[in-house]
Design a protein around this ligand. Structure first.
Ligand code: UDP
Length: 244
């Protein structure tokens, strides 16, 4: 089932259903472009036409990455079972990749971060095959070489950590050229995996306060956090006007 939130269709999947869906598509060699959506991303889609088209028309799966998205879906009357956070999704995908002998390519984050994240993920998931690693600070002139390297690596899964909306624009622009069948924008996940950025304590994650922790740890995110009250207001109005 899909929950329509401010024009964006978000999958009402549990983590397990998400993994089952993605694995089935991987095994059937179907290309899947995944966007993990939080309130900020849904607000960006309201104001940025290109991003709106990507998230509404191009992505095969939009997941409820943020607590705000889950709460909004429930407020609008949908059965949204749980949050499927990008970070947790990546951990689960790496487990499945190790089990199923699927190769993963890490693209993005600062130099050495993706490398460290990939090394730690092998420690956690013995047998995991890393197809390749490349940092996310490159110029347009490097893009073709990067695509060629990803394709030559025979990766099945491509994790792209360039931040929103850069990673979604990149994946959408090159999806036809890219051979991996699973393409996911993963934001700051490599920083978390490498231990560079700490995730909120579990009690904050469970109480829908991860956004607050991220803000306290990185006050430079202030302008981005402002999207949350705007999102709440717009969702409230959309229900009032019955216009989702
Ligand atoms: N990043 C990158 N290339 C760029 C800009 C950003 O690789 O040109 C990386 C950055 O180092 C960080 C990630 O993209 O690892 C963005 O993290 P953030 O937590 O801001 O993700 P978001 O909240 O946008 O999903």
């Amino acid at each position: 089932m899909l929950a329509k939130i401010l024009g964006i269709s978000v999958a009402c999947y549990t983590m397990q259903e998400t993994i089952d869906f993605l694995l089935k598509r991987l095994l059937n060699q179907q290309k899947t472009f995944v966007v993990t959506a939080n309130a900020e991303i849904i607000m960006l889609a309201q104001n940025n036409k290109e991003f709106n088209r990507i998230i509404t028309k191009e992505a095969e799966l939009v997941l409820p990455d943020g607590a705000g998205v889950v709460l909004a879906a429930r407020y609008l009357g949908y059965h949204m079972p749980e949050r499927v956070a990008g970070c947790d999704l990546v951990s689960e995908i790496l487990k499945v990749a190790a089990d199923q002998n699927l190769k993963v390519y890490f693209l993005g984050a600062a130099p050495k971060i993706a490398q460290k994240a990939s090394e730690l993920s092998i420690e956690k998931n013995p047998g995991l095959k890393i197809a390749g690693v490349r940092d996310g600070f490159f110029s347009d002139a490097d893009v073709q070489d990067i695509i060629d390297a990803i394709n030559a690596s025979e990766a099945d899964i491509l994790l792209v950590a360039l931040g929103v909306p850069k990673q979604e624009i990149f994946l959408n622009q090159y999806r036809e050229q890219l051979k991996p069948n699973l393409l996911i924008g993963v934001g700051g996940t490599f920083d978390v995996m490498a231990g560079n950025v700490k995730r909120a304590p579990v009690f904050m994650q469970k109480n829908n306060l991860e956004w607050l922790y991220r803000f306290l740890m990185q006050p430079s995110r202030f302008l981005r956090i402002l999207a949350i009250p705007k999102f709440i207001f717009k969702v409230f109005c959309s229900k009032l006007l019955d216009k989702q």
